[in-house]
Each structure stands twice: as structure tokens, then as C-alpha cells.
Ligand binder design. Structure first.
Ligand code: ATP
Ligand code: MN
Length: 467
């Protein structure tokens, strides 16, 4: 076979130098046609779109032709020609075909229309489907958008550790990291495990958030963000929770809660705009195949400014809804940690646009949030989105050493884990704020997928760590 430099399908479909000899490589999506001519839809993952290969059967070896089945990998040399059919402008009149990899009839993706549940069971192959190709191209693009957004605004990408000896949220949802022999654990006279001989010489876990270390950086570099994996051993089997997910956590010195809300709103809008500008083919595909309201919802979020509402006002609205006969699964009262159904009611039914809820009861929020004068609430902010509920959680941080220490002691958080964090308040303390955006929650919104397991290549959830 003649050596011609490979063109990616995404680039090939934009070309109009008809008559040129080209090479494409990719996987067969479909093959159809007559006894004389076959049409092969070839996809190489560079775009949702396939290139059509026109094959005059008489010109090719019969044994080779038999190997052109769905899923087979081909290298095709041919002439770029103007397409007569509808759809693409360009197609390829095949001159030479090499089968790089055959694909027999045990290939699970031969027929279309598999359920999402089935595709999760073959997560090693599902990137080959149109749907997951689209989702993972969008995933990449959103990661780029995030770095671009912060870089352009002078934020520094700061790497916080994945292994940690502090539990940021104090919620005990951590995966332990150990090299100890679990069959022969050394315990003291009280039955507590002795960690002296463990790898780190103390109990260590996978991080649930990079925030505490992010604060160290923000109070030195001014404005930073993290973007990395996060682990939570919460046993919540929901369409919005993963045991391993990616989080983006900006932290900014001198920002108060209002600056923090401005940043969150600008950031999300930037990401959504990016998806529409840079992933339109993929977004359009998902819109047409799964979620007819997707593009409209994305554009909707860009148009409107987000509602900003204190938690207490939000509770009033929900209580009124209950009084008017609306049925929630979980009860509503001041002090409750809102469930996703409550958040979605505010966003989808009441305001019909994104809502930033602020000033939550301190009991349901983390120890580091700045305490309000009322003694009851803290300067927290959750950004609530249609179909998702909470997409961002953040706050202005408590910068007062005494107040922060008092709260740490009140909650019984061991000081041995916290001394370095408190140093930020001891040496040149400053007001600062930040938030965490769950990358996969953003992707749920941007792709219209219904389950968070379908926006990460290899989901980790309770009882599932296959692949
Ligand atoms: P939720 O109430 O939905 O469990 P959270 O209050 O525990 O969220 P935070 O601790 O504030 O969430 O984390 C910040 C962000 O990280 C959330 O707004 C969400 O986007 C994302 N997030 C939190 N937990 C998960 C998870 N288990 N899987 C995927 N994303 C998550
Ligand atoms: Mn949670």
C-alpha cells in the first residue's frame, strides 16, 4: 500500500481540494450498499462525524472485503471527491484498503441502541459509541476551558496532595491509605490501631478536597485553583455521586462572599459558552439523541443572571410550596440540609433559573466557613442548577484566629491535624473565599446525561471498580 500521510477525519471533512489523494484510518461504523458499490462509514474519534468511503467492489480482493465488518480497523487510501449524497461535502473514493484489525461477530457494539446500563458494563468499549465519543470529547474541552479561564485571569494552578492526614470536611467519608498487614494489625490496650509502623507513621487517607492546602497557597500567591481527583467513601448510590470524581477549587485572597459569587457565575457561564462554541457538533448530537432541551438550557443559563438568595428565604419558599400542596420526599424546616429535590424545586419550578443560596445554618456546613453576626449562619454559598441541584459549594472563610479555633474545638477536630492550617490565620491573616465545582456535575449539565456514571470514563461507585 502506498504511504500517504494520514488525515484526521475532522480535518478531512473540511477539505475541498477534490482530486487529492488522501489517507484515513479509523473504525468501521456501518457498511451498506449493493453488489457493485459499498459505502463504509468510518470514524476515527476526532469528530462525531464519519467519513464515507465509497468502494467499487470489483476493484478489491474478495477475502479482504469480507473482513470489513462493523468495528474493524481500516487504513484507506483514496481520492477526495465531492459527495453527491446529502450530509457531508467530501467523501473518499477508495483506491487501496488495508484491514489493520479484524472484528468478529462477538463485538458487542454491532447494533445501535444499547441501554446506558449495558454500556456501563462494557465501559472498556463504550468510548467507541457516538454518545461516549461526544461526552469524552466534551470532557476534554471543558478541562481546557477551565485552565484557560483561570490562567487568563492570573490564577495559578496549584497541586494539592491526594494523600492526606487531615479530614477537610470532618465527615469521615475517607478512604484509608495503608501498607499495614490487615490480617495482623497491632492494637494498643484500648483496642485502637497503632499507626507508628504504617507507611506515613500515622493514619492517612485519600483527599476529599484540596481546599485547606489551597488556602495556604491563596494566602501566598493571591489567587489559585486546583483541578484534580477527589475521593469520597460516601455510600450514596445516586445519579450525582461518585466515589472518585474531579474537582476544581479556586481560592482567592481578599475576595468576600459577593466576589466569590461573581467568580462562580462568570466561571460557569464561561464553561457553558465554551461548550457551545467549541463542541457544537457533539452537543448538538446529544441534544438530538437524548435531551431535546439541552441546547436551550445551555443558552438559558447564559442569558440570565443567577438568583442570589439567603437560605432562610429559600426555606420560606419551600415551606410555602408544601403549604400549597407540593409533595417532597424529605421534610423542609429551617436547619435542614436541603435535598436535591428541594434545590431543584427552587431552580426549576420557582425561579426557573440558577440560584445561589447563601448564609446556611452553621450546623450543616464545614468548620472553616466565616461566621455571620447572627451567631447562627455562615457565609456559605451553594450554586444550584437545573436538573443537577448543587453544582458548586463554597464560602467566605473564617479568617479570625480565635473564632476559627473555637469552632475547631467545639467540633472536636484534633488540633494535631490542624496546626498548619491555623498558621494562615496567625501570620498575616486575610479575608479570602473559594469554592469547589464538581467537574462531573458540570459535565452532567453540559452533556445532558442523566447519570454521573456516564460522564467519567471509568466510574467508581459503591461495589464497582471494574476496568
Ligand atoms: P452533595 O450535597 O451533592 O453531596 P457536597 O455538599 O458534599 O455535595 P461539597 O463538599 O461542597 O459537596 O463539594 C463541592 C462540589 O463537589 C459539589 O458542589 C459537587 O459539585 C461536587 N461533589 C461533591 N460530592 C461529589 C460526589 N460524590 N461525586 C461527584 N461530585 C461531587
Ligand atoms: Mn456530599
Amino acid at each position: 500500500m502506498e504511504t500517504i500521510r494520514r488525515t484526521k477525519v475532522v480535518d478531512l471533512l473540511k477539505r475541498d481540494d477534490f482530486g487529492a489523494m488522501v489517507n484515513v484510518k479509523g473504525w468501521v461504523r456501518t457498511r451498506r450498499g449493493s453488489k457493485q458499490v459499498n459505502f463504509i462509514a468510518l470514524n476515527d474519534g476526532s469528530t462525531i462525524n464519519n467519513v464515507q468511503i465509497v468502494v467499487d467492489l470489483a476493484n478489491f480482493d474478495e477475502e479482504m472485503l469480507k473482513q470489513i465488518t462493523t468495528g474493524a480497523c481500516l487504513s484507506v487510501n483514496g481520492e477526495l471527491v465531492k459527495s453527491v449524497g446529502a450530509g457531508q461535502a467530501a467523501e473518499i473514493q477508495a483506491r487501496e484498503i488495508a484491514v489493520l484489525g479484524t472484528c468478529d461477530n462477538t463485538y458487542p457494539l454491532q447494533k445501535k441502541g444499547h441501554s446506558m446500563e449495558f454500556l456501563r458494563e462494557i465501559a472498556h468499549l463504550r468510548p467507541r459509541t457516538n454518545t461516549f465519543g461526544a461526552v469524552f470529547r466534551i470532557r476534554h474541552n471543558m478541562a481546557i476551558a477551565i485552565h484557560k479561564f483561570f490562567h487568563e485571569r492570573g490564577f495559578f494552578y496549584f497541586h494539592t496532595p491526594l494523600i492526606t492526614a487531615s479530614d477537610c470536611e470532618g465527615a469521615g467519608q475517607m478512604f484509608q491509605v495503608t501498607t499495614m498487614n490487615l490480617y495482623d494489625l497491632k492494637k494498643d490496650e484500648n483496642g485502637s490501631i497503632i499507626y507508628d509502623n504504617d507507611f506515613f507513621g500515622k493514619q492517612a487517607s485519600l483527599t476529599v478536597s484540596g481546599q485547606l492546602e489551597g488556602e495556604l497557597a491563596a494566602t501566598a500567591l493571591g489567587a489559585i485553583y486546583t483541578f484534580g481527583p477527589t475521593f469520597r467513601a460516601e455510600n450514596s448510590n445516586t445519579p450525582r455521586h461518585l466515589a472518585e470524581f474531579w474537582m476544581i477549587e479556586p481560592e482567592v485572597a481578599f475576595n468576600d462572599i459577593n466576589d466569590n459569587m461573581d467568580l462562580a457565575e462568570e466561571f460557569i457561564k464561561y464553561c457553558v459558552q465554551w461548550a457551545l462554541d467549541n463542541c457544537y457538533d457533539d452537543v448538538k448530537f446529544l441534544n438530538d439523541m437524548f435531551d431535546k432541551g439541552l441546547i436551550e438550557r445551555l443558552q438559558g443559563v447564559l442569558k440570565e443572571s443567577f438568583v442570589r438568595l439567603p437560605y432562610t428565604e429559600g426555606i420560606k419558599i419551600l415551606e410555602e410550596a408544601v403549604a400549597n400542596g407540593h409533595k417532597f420526599e424529605f421534610p423542609v424546616y429551617w436547619g435542614v440540609d436541603l435535598a436535591s429535590e428541594h434545590e431543584r424545586y427552587l431552580v426549576e419550578e420557582h425561579f426557573k433559573r440558577p440560584v445561589i443560596l447563601t448564609d446556611y445554618p452553621k450546623e450543616i456546613k464545614a468548620f472553616y466557613m466565616k461566621q455571620n453576626e447572627d451567631g447562627k449562619t455562615v457565609r456559605a454559598m451553594d450554586v444550584l442548577f437545573p436538573k443537577i441541584g448543587e453544582i458548586i459549594g463554597g464560602s467566605e472563610r473564617e479568617e479570625n484566629y480565635d473564632k476559627l479555633l473555637a469552632r475547631i474545638q467545639e467540633l472536636g477536630i484534633p488540633m494535631k491535624d490542624m496546626w498548619w492550617y491555623l498558621d494562615t490565620r496567625k501570620y498575616g491573616s486575610c479575608p479570602h473565599s473559594g469554592f469547589g465545582l464538581g467537574f462531573e456535575r458540570l459535565l452532567l449539565f453540559v452533556t445532558g446525561m442523566a447519570n454521573i456514571r456516564d460522564v467519567i470514563p471509568f466510574p467508581r461507585t459503591p461495589r464497582n471498580a471494574e476496568f
